[in-house]
Design a protein around this ligand. Structure first.
Ligand SMILES: CN(C)C(=N)NCCC[C@H](N)C(=O)O
Length: 295
């Protein structure tokens, strides 16, 4: 088993203006506000844990007018070393989040990254980076609630990659990172209940040794929304059955409390954006690109 070659460098947004101002997913209720000081303390501890595991965490400031910007995973798909360091900025499905990418673009550009888009300012395909993960040499992309199918073709052509689309049908698992968490080169946590039948079968075919989560496990604990640093899985919670399997496979489970961020509909993975997924290492170049859709 080869451990993940990525997951040791992240961007995260310091939560100085996190609140639930609107409801764009089933977890959000503006009547249930996070405690700002507690959220900041939870985020600080999460960053400390990641750094203590050897991960680098770069911190972006939060815009005051962007309460969801703390979910850094959705800012863009960063691919270093691909004709220079390159990030495809998200084109958020909901206008309430679109201002976030302008600030993210500035941050990436000042750090030497080149930026591109598959759609922008409400024009063109929606892409939210919490839907896109490298696995098995390909980019696995969930589409439906947030990312649009049209974005898959643009990504594949633009980046010269094989993009495997999975159709998300569960309203509560509106990003793929609530239902899919790569663990190493053969294993991943997967929640087939998030997907239509053909996509669920395609995902199970793609992962040689899946740790299959029930809908209840994925939704009530956010356990697939975890981050893997080497053989350590940093999780918001871990059902006993899931912990037993992870430990049998040689992983260490480290729990971090990020409950205030569950009020906005995201957890550890959503709060971090990996900056070390590399074309030519985790992603196999495919000249011209290719999209593979289930069934
Ligand atoms: C696992 N998920 C869903 C994420 N990658 N991101 C969380 C985004 C939450 C934000 N309120 C929204 O609804 O966009």
């Amino acid at each position: 088993m080869t451990e993940l070659t990525w997951g040791r460098h992240y961007a995260a947004v310091e939560p100085t203006a996190f609140r639930v101002e609107y409801a764009i997913n089933p977890f959000m209720d503006p009547a249930v506000q996070p405690d700002g000081a507690l959220a900041h303390a939870q985020w600080t501890e999460m960053v400390r844990v990641l750094r203590s595991l050897g991960a680098r965490v770069d911190v972006l400031p939060q815009r005051d007018d962007a309460p969801d910007m703390v979910y850094a995973m959705n800012l863009g798909l960063a691919l270093p070393g691909h004709g220079g360091d390159r990030v495809v900025l998200s084109h958020m499905r909901h206008p309430q989040r679109r201002m976030e990418t302008g600030s993210a673009a500035g941050w990436f550009e000042s750090a030497g990254w080149s930026t591109s888009y598959v759609g922008r300012d409400g024009v063109g395909a929606h892409l939210e980076a919490g839907d896109a993960f490298a696995f098995g040499g390909d980019l696995v992309v969930g589409y439906g609630p947030r990312t649009e199918e049209l974005a898959l073709k643009a990504l594949a052509t633009d980046l010269g990659l094989r993009v495997r689309g999975l159709r998300i049908t569960h309203p509560g698992m509106y990003h793929l990172d609530l239902a899919f968490c790569p663990l190493d080169d053969r294993r991943a946590m997967v929640c087939p209940a998030a997907l239509d039948d053909a996509s669920a079968a395609a995902l199970l075919d793609l992962v040689p040794e899946p740790l299959v989560l029930t809908e209840e496990e994925a939704l009530s604990t956010f356990c697939a929304n975890s981050v893997v640093v080497g053989r350590t899985v940093v999780m918001p919670a871990c059902p006993p059955r899931v912990r037993a399997q992870l430990e049998e496979w040689g992983f260490e489970v480290v729990l971090v409390e990020v409950g205030e961020f569950h009020k906005g509909g995201g957890s550890v993975r959503c709060l971090t954006n990996p900056l070390d997924v590399t074309v030519g290492r985790e992603l196999v170049p495919v000249p011209g690109g290719e999209v593979v859709l289930p069934g």
